[in-house]
Design a protein around this ligand. Structure first.
Ligand SMILES: *Cc1c(COP(=O)(O)O)cnc(C)c1O
Length: 337
């Protein structure tokens, strides 16, 4: 099977498993796991931020960040398609007692002017605007990337209104590769950043939250409250270290593969609107002789797995378990449909 359903389906390679097997571990709740400490420090230094915290998932790092930045009754400003808003089980309300002001962005990206409009005046009738959360790349925007200038303008609005700025960087490394940007540019702007190791980077589990020392101290406490304090987590962190050392540059290959598949899809009359493909995610509409469901079934008969994300849309995600041969095979199947 060639699996394009998500970049979360990657399995650890033998070399990654060996790195996990060889990991030196301790009790991380006591902050005594050397491998977890190494991973946290490695990412913090890479982004020029003070500290990091290894967590079980990207949902957990996002939710901890939101909890640490807010008080119950505050309002979080984010794009209406944000993962923190639509895919985290209502966690902003459940965990932080906050409400969301969803903004109608462009393919998952919002503008400084929209943030300015979304900020509430200081008024007892209104929720306290407290946090802006951006997503880069934007998953439901088809892996779209922010322009650095737009992020800088949003930061100015945040400074003006005393808002915290969080980045859901589940696929930030895809954006860095696509836009030729550096982690430090991001570290200098955001109050907190969440990085997933289990997406395109290919680790089996884990995300890291980055911020100031004080913020991470608070986050460590919240992680414990959320039941996320892990013990010999170094076995998992070792996979993350391996991923950072070996799997960042190769994301460019996933992006090239995505473009090759886009070219093949564009030839077919049953493919409707396609989001601009900037990174490793392809989202397109199906029309004519297929529905999203029937095309998904047809591809499955040819050993190709894709995901129908609505009645008319399909998503395909490139990742390190999709080889060049598999891309060629996929293109020949698409061409024959
Ligand atoms: C995958 C993802 C997350 C984290 O999801 P988990 O399944 O909790 O690891 C967060 N944000 C975005 C945009 C994602 O795609």
């Amino acid at each position: 099977m060639i699996d394009f359903r998500s970049d979360t389906f990657t399995k650890p390679t033998e070399a990654m498993l060996q790195a996990m097997y060889d990991a030196e571990v301790g009790d991380d709740v006591f902050e005594e796991d050397p491998t977890v400490n190494k991973l946290q420090l490695m990412l913090a230094e890479m982004f020029g931020m003070e500290a990091g915290l290894f967590c079980a998932s990207g949902t957990m790092t996002n939710q901890i960040a939101i909890k640490c930045h807010t008080q119950p009754g505050d309002e979080v400003i984010c794009d209406k398609l944000s993962h923190v808003y639509i895919y985290e089980g209502g966690g902003i309300a459940f965990n932080s007692g906050c409400q969301v002001k969803p903004v109608n962005g462009n393919l998952g990206r919002i503008k400084a002017s929209q943030v300015r409009e979304a900020v509430n005046p200081i008024d007892i009738h209104k929720a306290n605007s407290k946090l802006v959360s951006l997503e880069n790349t934007a998953n439901r925007g088809g892996g779209s990337c922010y322009e650095m200038r737009d992020i800088q303008e949003i930061k100015q609005v945040c400074l003006e209104y005393n808002l915290m700025l969080h980045l859901d960087g589940a696929r930030l490394f895809n954006a860095l590769i696509a836009k030729n940007e550096t982690p430090k540019e991001y570290g200098a702007i955001f109050n907190s950043i969440s990085i997933c190791l289990s997406k395109g980077l290919g680790a089996p589990v884990g995300s890291v939250l980055l911020g100031t020392k004080d913020f991470i101290k608070k986050a460590r406490r919240v992680r414990k409250v959320f039941g996320g304090g892990m013990r010999q987590a170094g076995y998992l962190a070792a996979a993350g270290i391996y991923a950072l050392e070996n799997n960042i540059e190769r994301l460019a290959l996933d992006h090239r593969h995505a473009q090759q598949i886009v070219a093949a899809l564009s030839e077919k009359d049953f493919i409707g609107n396609m989001y601009p493909v900037e990174t490793n995610i392809i989202i397109f509409e199906v029309k004519g002789k297929y529905s999203a469901q029937s095309l998904t079934g047809k591809l499955k008969e040819n050993n190709i797995l894709v995901m129908a994300i609505s009645a008319t849309q399909i998503r395909m995600v490139l990742h390190l378990d999709v080889t060049e041969e598999m891309v060629k095979e996929t293109i020949s199947v698409i061409t024959g449909l």
